[in-house]
Ligand binder design. Structure first.
Ligand code: OAD
Ligand code: ZN
Length: 245
């Protein structure tokens, strides 16, 4: 299948779904999880983003997030985030599903977005479960505390944890009706996007995978758009937009 077919299908699509992973923010300067800069003090994400790691050392886990929060605070949305925010204005049926916690999609202007892994600027009390914003970089105190005095954790879905009730159902509901899906910058090592893309595939959606290298999604895709998200995605969208009625 060629690029032109993908352009035409997108131009004529009625409903558009997008799934994004860490690769879309790489050009904004945020390291991916499984790339060469994915390690921190020799820890892998899988060693830090778990309830067990937090139980062992809340301070270490918060330090890792503090480092990542600093990077996110300095980062700006790139052309790929901006293209997605623009797409939303051209489709009545639109949903963006992101695994990213960096908040760059909303900063780019996206509104119909499900942050399925949470948000790095929010914390949740371990005791009263209160969810609140923590914007300080660096942190005022580590570990972060809730108003009630108890320790709080990052409001993020960690390995081995359940998703927020209802959130995947919303994604699946949309994907089982959509006719076009673009997956951007995800490895599929966390398998949720594969499952979500399968749902769209079974519903007959046309699927484009945008990545610098083949991912675990590529096999499901009708078209593999190989390249950097910040240039490949705007290229696809601008061509489609020209012919979209
Ligand atoms: P990964 O780090 O596993 O994968 C990033 C993907 O982006 C890879 O397939 C890269 O080839 C691709 N990539 C890198 N630079 C790119 C660019 N400029 N343009 C396009 N693609 C590029 O990240 P995710 O798949 O998002 O979970 O990881 C999934 C989850 O695992 C994350 O949400 C995180 C992590 O543990 C939590 O934080 C809960
Ligand atoms: Zn509390």
């Amino acid at each position: 299948m060629s690029f032109e077919v993908a352009v035409n299908r997108l131009a004529n699509a009625r409903s558009l779904a997008i799934i994004t992973g860490a690769g879309i923010s790489a050009e904004s300067g945020i390291p991916t999880f499984r790339g060469k800069d994915g390690l921190w003090r020799n820890y892998r994400a899988e060693d830090l983003a778990t309830p067990e790691a937090f139980e062992r050392s809340p301070k270490t886990v918060w330090e890792w997030y503090e480092m990542r929060r600093e990077i996110c605070a300095k980062a700006k949305p790139n052309e790929a985030h901006l293209s997605i925010a623009d797409m939303e204005n051209h489709f009545d049926d639109f949903l963006l599903i992101t695994q990213n916690v960096d908040g760059l999609h909303t900063r780019a202007g996206s509104k119909k977005v499900l942050e399925i892994h949470g948000n790095i600027w929010k914390a949740r009390c371990m005791k009263c479960k209160n969810v609140f914003e923590v914007k300080d970089v660096p942190l005022k105190e580590n570990p972060v505390k809730c108003q009630c005095g108890s320790i709080a954790r990052p409001h993020i879905v960690w390995f081995g944890e359940k998703y927020e009730p209802g959130i995947l159902e919303k994604a699946i509901d949309f994907l089982s009706k959509t006719d076009f899906l673009i997956v951007v910058g995800t490895s599929g090592m966390v398998t949720t996007p594969i499952y979500l893309a399968q749902t769209a595939d079974e519903a007959g959606a046309y699927i484009v995978d945008v990545n610098i290298e083949p991912s675990l999604i590529t096999g499901l895709a009708d078209f593999f758009l190989q390249g950097k998200a910040g240039s490949a995605l705007p290229h696809l969208w601008n061509k489609s937009k020209e012919i979209r009625k």
